[in-house]
Design a protein. Structure first.
Lengths: 208, 254
């Protein structure tokens, strides 16, 4: 089973590698399109801003390979900003086009509410779709750090948290998965998310 | 449910070792940061703060290595700082696996360091740390630097606002009046801070009993409460504390 982490110069990918290693997953950091297309599973990490992340991905010419991998049915897990990139577009620093793998947009958390922006801390997940990815996070707290959130159809929202608005915390469309929280910083609950993703990847490998 | 309020143990680190040691949970080595961090993760701490008190360059290097080791086996938010004076120092700590770096004296001397840090790593990674002491004649909370030894001309409330303007995404504010007393947090200070800034506030100094946490969350409206000795010497067990606070209606991750 080969899992790659897409390296587009984003934030701290090493904590993602450490968490995956802790549950026995070795992941290769890559910016090579061939690696991405031949992987069994793909992780899109991300800390930072949507536009600069997309600029980097376009500079490295990684968008097409990721979209092709998605079409091939390879399980893809986007984390935090990496989750937001999966959507059609974001309003962060003007309108920016995303991967277009899940229908929806990324918008700023409403300001001038009692809720501070960014949302920074542990929030409790309400699971609305039961599956392997959400089985470990039902009613559990996970760690969030973000100022923007996804707006998408209910059928793609597998779990959400309440932050004045409903913030999708885990989204799923077929083989495309996004976690708004940081599974690599969410203790045992977060480690379960990495294990669940590994299970998905294994199932996919076994069935093909 | 709302965002959980955070319970944050703070550890003093010297030359890569936790000083004074931690006397609970049957640790084999009471000064080993990895073992201690794991024990706190298991106890349900929401975040850990590491304060580097090494005075030497070698001590700093050891702390970077310590963060690297802790973040390889402990998966929770980690904040570190103490003696950070430049962007490279911030970078090293984040690269090693910390999520946030706090800036104290260096920010007073060079406020642009906050801006530089926030531009490169995002505001969420830069914590403005303030040591404040009530100055009765002046009628202000005065900012102290150099580990609380040196008074400045700064008013803590104004300085808090300035740090946020420069891009600090969170404030870690220690009341020097309350620190070490175990008589409770300086609730008034946090109320005043909440009136001037919108970023999360971590209260520090004065924790002695469970009621102190209740008050600083309910009346001080802070987002997180930091404490050291009450946790290190198991005067307050974190799972029990969190259950009590939850029963008081304070949102807690349990």
């Amino acid at each position: 089973m080969s899992i790659v982490i897409v390296d587009y110069g984003a934030g701290n990918v090493r904590n993602v590698i450490k968490a995956m290693a802790y549950v026995g997953l070795s992941a290769k950091l890559t910016q090579n399109p061939t690696d991405i297309l031949s992987a069994d599973g793909i992780v899109i990490p991300g800390v930072g801003a949507f536009k600069s992340a997309m600029d980097q991905i376009n500079d490295y010419q990684l968008l097409k390979p990721i979209q092709q991998a998605a079409k091939k049915g390879i399980p893809i897990l986007g984390v935090c900003l990496g989750m937001q990139l999966l959507f059609d577009s974001s309003t962060e620093f003007g309108q920016t086009t995303g991967f277009g793998l899940i229908p929806g947009t990324v918008e700023q958390l409403p300001k001038n509410t009692p809720f501070k922006v960014p949302q920074m801390g542990w929030n409790q997940n309400n699971v609305s779709i039961n599956n392997v990815m959400t089985s470990g996070i039902k009613d559990e707290y996970t760690y969030f750090v973000h100022s923007y959130y996804a707006k998408t159809e209910a059928k793609y929202i597998a779990a959400s948290v309440d932050y004045g608005v409903i913030v999708p915390s885990l989204v799923i469309k077929d083989n495309i998965i996004g976690a708004q929280f940081h599974p690599e910083k969410s203790g045992d609950v977060g480690l379960r998310v990495w294990q669940a993703f590994a299970t998905l990847v294994q199932e996919k490998v076994a069935s093909s | 449910m709302a965002l959980a309020k955070r319970i944050v143990p703070a550890l003093d680190v010297k030359n890569g070792r936790v000083v004074k040691g931690i006397n609970f949970l049957n640790l084999q080595d009471v000064g080993d940061p990895v073992e201690i961090a794991k024990a706190y993760q298991d106890a349900g701490a929401d975040e850990l703060v590491f304060l580097d008190i090494s005075a030497t360059l070698e001590g700093r290097t050891t702390m970077i290595d310590m963060i690297e080791r802790v973040s390889s086996v402990v998966f929770m938010p980690l904040t570190a700082g103490g003696g950070v004076t430049d962007l490279n120092g911030i970078r090293q700590i984040i690269k090693a696996g910390a999520d946030k770096v706090f800036l104290n004296s260096a920010a007073v001397k060079q406020p642009k360091l906050i801006l530089q840090g926030a531009e490169v790593f995002g505001s969420q990674a830069i914590v403005g740390a303030i040591d404040a002491k009530w100055d009765e004649p002046a009628g202000i909370y005065r900012v102290y630097i150099a580990g609380g030894t040196k008074p400045t001309d700064l008013n803590a409330l104004t300085w808090a606002q300035t740090m946020v303007d420069y891009g600090a995404g969170e404030l870690l504010v220690t009341s020097m009046d309350a620190d070490g007393t175990k008589d409770g947090y300086d609730v008034k200070l946090y109320q005043a801070l909440n009136d001037v800034v919108k970023v999360p506030i971590v209260a520090s100094g004065g924790a002695g009993k469970i009621q102190d946490f209740t008050e600083v969350f309910q009346d001080g409206h802070v987002d997180a409460a930091l404490a050291a000795s009450v946790f290190h010497y198991n005067e307050i067990a974190i799972p029990f504390l969190k259950q009590q606070l939850y029963d008081e209606g304070i949102p807690m991750r349990r």
